[in-house]
Design a protein around this ligand. Structure first.
Ligand code: SF4
Ligand code: SF4
Length: 373
């Protein structure tokens, strides 16, 4: 299996403000090119695109290709499970939404210290193990957003899993909050294959600040290869790890897909010089003061004031990197949403944030920047 997977959490939209308005026709073209170039792995999940991603995969992939020609991964929404019977209910719904009778890879979605407690209480692991025994799924695992110690504990308790899905990218490799590197080593210690999510950190490693772009261009310009973009460096960084089986990229248009599949078709691990370049870029990124938000929107699912957190953080980062503010965008992003200053500091968002961002404090900073003239 080629190392690039198609993540379906950032599919093209007909209306940029409506995550449910997936552009199916463009998605079909993307799926066609992906398959034509020999890639097969599609990854979806229950909540993506306001619960429309699984249905879109059915339309663009399942109905159009033979079942044995592609590989499909889906995830149990453990956050919504409040009793043991819910597992079966959600699983049946997922098979129906995707139009399949088995999944190649099946994960408990977004496990961490707190969610592990309920997953154990309601029997999440025995449930997926039984699915595998009964032939409804072929490989079992979980996606994970917490520290290496917690990962070690879960993998010690559950040697039956086949793989883990981890957030790995060069910015988070040594991060104290994410511990990408340490988590990867734990997975290796337990002999598990690794699927990678967020290799470009929600786009942060695609739109690099000017100083980093200058370094990047200095290195790659002599090669005169347009496929070698900042995204390619980040994705190849993750794919260069020997126990990584798949690197997921949440591709949003045909051009991105064309670019990713071009350099991943004949994948080459990073050279020594490229690792040095990664170190230089990491140092520059570390000095910009940006918020490390990946736009996953897990925070907005629980915010009682419907605050458009990732969009506001995007504006904050734009200011941190370029010094520019855009009141027009703030007006647009806050339309039908709570303003940053309307945060009641309940903290629900922070419990849900896989990046461990101090959202309340950051919103205060953002409000000071955008709401006080
Ligand atoms: S702390 Fe603020 S932003 Fe976070 S969930 Fe509560 S109201 Fe929303
Ligand atoms: S603040 Fe955290 S939970 Fe919210 S979108 Fe960003 S990374 Fe995701």
């Amino acid at each position: 299996m080629k190392k690039l997977g198609f993540g379906t959490m950032r599919l093209p939209r007909l209306n940029p403000d409506d995550p449910a308005s997936i552009d199916i026709e463009q998605f079909k073209k993307m799926a066609d090119l992906f398959m034509e170039r020999g890639f097969t792995y599609f990854d979806t999940a229950y909540p993506y695109h306001q619960e429309c991603s699984e249905g879109a995969v059915k339309e663009a992939v399942v109905r159009r290709f033979s079942r044995d020609s592609f590989v499909l991964a889906d995830k149990m929404p453990i956050l919504r499970v409040t009793k043991t019977e819910d597992y079966q209910m959600y699983f049946d719904e997922q098979l129906r939404r995707c139009g399949v009778d088995y999944f190649d890879y099946y994960l408990l979605h977004n496990l961490g210290r707190d969610r592990y407690i309920n997953t154990e209480k309601f029997g999440g692991f025995p449930f997926i193990e039984k699915l595998k025994r009964d032939g409804y799924v072929r490989n079992i695992g979980f996606s994970f957003h917490d520290d290496a110690q917690t990962l070690d504990r879960i993998l010690t308790d559950h040697p039956e899993v086949d793989f883990v899905q981890l957030q790995i990218n060069y910015l988070d490799w040594n991060s104290i909050a994410i511990e990408s590197g340490k988590c990867y080593e734990v997975a290796q210690k337990h002999g598990k294959k690794v699927m990678v999510m967020e290799p470009v950190k929600g786009g942060a490693l695609v739109k690099l600040p000017d100083a980093a772009i200058a370094k990047f261009n200095e290195f790659y310009a002599p090669m005169n290869n347009p496929a070698l973009t900042p995204a390619s460096l980040a994705i190849r960084y993750a794919a260069s790890l020997s126990d990584v089986q798949i690197v997921l990229s949440g591709m949003s248009d045909l051009a991105q897909l064309d670019n990713n599949t071009t350099y991943m078709q004949d994948f080459k691990p990073l050279s020594e010089e490229e690792y040095k370049l990664v170190d230089d870029i990491t140092e520059i990124l570390g000095s910009t003061g940006t918020i490390q938000c990946t736009s996953c929107r897990y925070c907005t699912e629980v915010c009682p004031k419907n605050i458009n957190i990732p969009e506001y953080f995007g504006l904050f980062n734009m200011h941190a990197v370029t010094g520019n503010k855009s009141n027009m965008y703030y007006e647009r992003f806050s339309m039908n949403h709570g303003k940053a200053s309307e945060c009641i500091k309940c903290g629900l968002c922070e419990k849900n944030c896989p990046q461990h961002i101090e959202i309340r404090k950051k919103l205060e900073n953002f409000a000071a920047l955008y709401e006080q003239e």
